[in-house]
Design a protein around this ligand. Structure first.
Ligand SMILES: O=C(O)/C=C/C(=O)CC(=O)CC(=O)O
Ligand SMILES: [Ca+2]
Ligand SMILES: [Mg+2]
Length: 403
């Protein structure tokens, strides 16, 4: 039990403890923090108070992004997490730790880590089936490779932005229903609700990360909104895949949830049929029971379940490196849109409105197909934490601005 009152009935209790980067009005330097309840614990001050000038872990905790800490590896991640949990649950530590905490309402949050490479997968069978039916109505919904490898593409790391960053409506080429090629602001701006995994420990070029080495390399998870301009995408994507339709902005949560916080959310992942190649076979195959929520201008329009993703983050990691491509600290790979089998579990608006043909009604009576200027989307997620306490991941918020 923690002595932090705001954490007692919170989804940000001591079983969660996500990491972020913040500054305060009194000290504009960006620094690492841990969220506990409605407060932020300043890890730079914790490291400074330890009188340790030289050890690599303390210097990593004094850095302005999470990268150096994420590079330290699982043993250090677990030790630091254990120490933070212990000071936040020991009432005797309150007088020492309290001065290092700031209410969330008073801090400015920054990008939590420097994104190295960004990869986006396509691992929900329901989403891939729905999009296949809409984009390629004359072919099989799932392409022949889909059950043999986790399909993905390399995205644009430089446009990954933290929650709260305004989203400027992209412009581009599209083909009208009459076949005319025109230029202008996207008329089919959409979202994709996803879960992203952040690499801490790199690999050496030429040496793949094995499917059972997921926990050695991956530090934690973020929520991701992969904003997508469907009209730009539909015209440009053949044959090389998504390009400008998705590269204008990708929003991530300001807080990175450590994998250790998700241990109790592990569940058996769906059985794969046909059997996959040996490099994708896991000794212990598990996914995460994360329950996502999508709000459009404040109205919850969807609850996508992460539990039934066909490809696991461990398989995605193995596949992404099987050719020898190296991992770098700060690499981010997203799951792909999370959609469940039911209509109210779809993680994109193109699916929810079936290509814009079935508008959704929001709480204020307004109807929508795709995003309008001024619209705000908020993603959240919850997971089971230790001792039956729920933990929160999120949120990811973005408001659309005219171009
Ligand atoms: O099937 C297609 O051509 C396109 C699919 C997507 O837009 C999905 C994508 O970005 C990957 C994902 O989020 O699942
Ligand atoms: Ca995506
Ligand atoms: Mg992007």
């Amino acid at each position: 039990m923690t002595w932090v009152a705001s954490a007692v009935d919170s989804r940000y209790g001591v079983e969660n403890l996500p990491y972020g980067v913040f500054s305060t009005p009194n000290d504009s330097a960006a620094r690492l923090g841990v969220r506990i309840g409605d407060e932020v614990l300043d890890l730079r001050r914790v490291a400074e108070s330890g009188q340790c000038a030289t050890c690599p872990t303390c210097s990593a905790l004094r850095a302005p992004t999470l990268n150096a800490f994420m590079a330290r590896g699982r043993e250090v991640w677990s030790t630091v997490r254990g120490q933070v949990q212990s000071v936040l649950t020991d009432p005797g530590m309150e007088p020492h730790i309290r001065p290092m905490m700031t209410p969330l309402a008073k801090v400015t949050m920054h990008a939590p880590f420097l994104v190295a490479d960004y990869v986006d997968f396509y691992s929900s069978e329901h989403h891939a089936t729905n999009l296949g039916r809409m984009f390629r109505p004359d072919s099989e919904a799932l392409l022949p490779n889909w059950k043999h490898l986790p399909v993905g593409y390399h995205g644009r790391a430089g446009t990954v932005v933290p929650s709260g960053t305004p989203i400027v409506r992209p412009q581009g080429q599209r083909r009208t229903p009459d076949g005319e090629i025109v230029f202008g602001p996207s008329a089919r701006l959409d979202i994709e609700a996803e879960v992203g995994f952040v690499v801490g420990v790199p690999t050496v070029l030429g040496h793949p990360a094995g499917v059972d080495e997921f926990r050695e390399h991956v530090f934690g998870a973020v929520l991701v909104n992969d904003w997508s301009a469907r009209d730009i995408q539909a015209w440009e994507y053949v044959p090389l895949g998504p390009f400008l339709g998705k590269s204008f902005a990708t929003s991530v949560s300001q807080w990175v949830t450590p994998l250790d916080a998700l241990d109790d959310a592990e569940i058996t992942a769906p059985v794969q049929d046909p059997e996959v190649l040996p490099y994708l076979i896991e000794k212990d195959r598990y996914g995460y029971d994360l329950r996502l929520s999508v709000k459009w201008n404040g109205t919850e329009v969807s609850r996508p379940p992460f539990a039934d993703m066909y490809w696991t983050p461990a398989q995605q990691l193995a596949h992404m490196t099987v050719n020898g491509a190296g991992l770098r600290t700060g690499d981010l790979y997203a799951s792909g849109t999370v959609s469940g089998p039911a209509a109210h579990q779809r993680g994109s608006f193109i699916e929810l409105t079936w290509g814009g043909k079935e508008p959704v009604t929001l709480g204020d009576g307004a109807t929508r197909t795709f995003l309008e200027d001024g619209d705000t989307v908020e993603l959240n997620a919850t997971a089971m934490g230790t001792e039956g306490r729920m933990i929160g991941l999120g949120e990811v918020v973005g408001t659309v601005h005219s171009h």
